[in-house]
Design a protein around this ligand. Structure first.
Ligand code: SAH
Length: 344
């Protein structure tokens, strides 16, 4: 059972409060307040004062603090660098799409996966986030920005399937009716391809969208930029994707960062078409965001366009991801990286 009240489900929290001698309706009151993003028990105005004091002492709320907040002048994207109660920092990005405000949350402090193009993994994994810490990213981004959030993508710092149980609990909490009540269909989870965990996720039959970071048409190229490919080669990954589709009926999204001269030729696109046979898929092509520490460069516009055309001609829908917040380093781990570096 999770210690932190905000990581507990409503029945669990009710039981926790019952053990303190409190009636069930208090559980619902406290749960509702916590999931509104209060910063202190004193905001829970329908609780007696002495109960607020007791809870504050036993179960401190520990909201994250804003260390940096950057707003894009171009598209209104807001990026937060939060400091957690133990001093570690994570990033959350708020994107304003016409279909709804979407937050991109981090699931770990740092990342163990070691992808060559990604800023989040440079310092390795520091620790995994607790369910309430992921929830806090959503709650306090909403509170600070004043913008109602209706969608979540687990595409920030960290590998969500490397933090499986905590992420599953987070999904349950954020989806709960008495909480933020965000529909599973409005949540996307992105993974670098941890095959056994994809199978475990399939068993849960959630209505979330699953995104796979592919970034290569075969083991040779993918293995060059994604060390995880050594543990789970592409054929195994794509088989897991087929099983996932069979179990859930949900079409899978593939993320593909276009890297100049590495994975962006028409030949690469044709190889993808062969690999994807029989797998309903959608591709998001993302021109690589340049990371200071890496020699890898984004593909040219022309290469991206030709790649997209080849996929579409072969029957795979492909969109080129708009790069929101490019003026504020709003991609994966860059802000945290700069901040940690400045303190070194
Ligand atoms: N660990 C998960 C969640 C991260 S999602 C995963 O790998 O899917 C973030 C997405 O951005 C992933 O697809 C990741 O591969 C991609 N990404 C990371 N660094 C990038 C960069 N410099 N340019 C473009 N995409 C990048």
């Amino acid at each position: 059972m999770y210690e932190h009240l905000k990581s507990q489900t409503l029945p669990e929290l009710t039981a926790t409060l019952k053990a303190l001698g409190l009636p069930a309706f208090r559980g619902k009151q406290v749960y509702t307040w916590l999931h509104k993003g209060v910063r202190s028990y004193d905001e829970m105005t329908n609780l007696p004062r002495d109960l607020r004091a007791l809870l504050a002492e036993k179960y401190p709320i520990t909201p994250p603090e804003v260390v940096r907040r950057q707003e894009s002048a171009k598209d209104g994207t807001i990026k937060y660098l939060w400091q957690l109660s133990d001093g570690n920092c994570v990033e959350t990005v708020l994107m304003r799409y016409n279909y709804g405000n979407t937050v991109c949350i981090s699931t770990e402090v740092g990342c163990p996966m070691g992808c060559a193009f990604c800023a989040s993994t440079i310092g390795g994994l520091v620790r995994r986030l607790e369910p309430f810490e992921m929830l806090d990213e959503v709650l306090f981004t909403q509170a600070d920005s004043g913008l109602p959030i209706s969608r979540i993508v687990l595409m920030g710092i960290g590998e969500p399937l490397d933090n499986f149980d905590n992420v599953m609990r987070f999904l349950e909490l954020v989806n709960s009716e008495e909480g933020m009540n965000i529909s599973m269909r409005h949540i996307s989870l992105s993974t670098c391809g941890l095959v056994p965990k994809i199978d475990e996720l399939a068993k849960r039959k959630l209505q979330i969208s699953l995104a796979i970071s592919l970034h290569g048409p075969n083991n040779e190229i993918r293995g060059r930029v994604m060390p995880v490919n050594r543990a789970y080669p592409m054929e195994e990954l794509l088989d897991a994707c087929r099983r996932y589709f069979d179990a859930t009926g949900r079409r899978i999204h593939f993320e593909y960062a276009m890297i100049d001269g590495v994975n962006d030729s028409v030949r690469d696109a044709k190889e993808i078409l062969r690999q994807m046979k029989g797998l309903p898929a959608h591709f998001n092509l993302i021109p690589l965001n340049h990371v200071e520490e890496s020699p890898l460069k984004p593909s040219s516009r022309a290469a991206v366009a030709a790649f997209q055309k080849t996929l579409e001609a072969g029957g795979i829908t492909a969109t080129v991801r708009r790069t929101l917040g490019s003026d504020i380093d709003a991609s994966c781990g860059q802000l945290r990286r700069k901040y940690t570096k400045s303190k070194e």
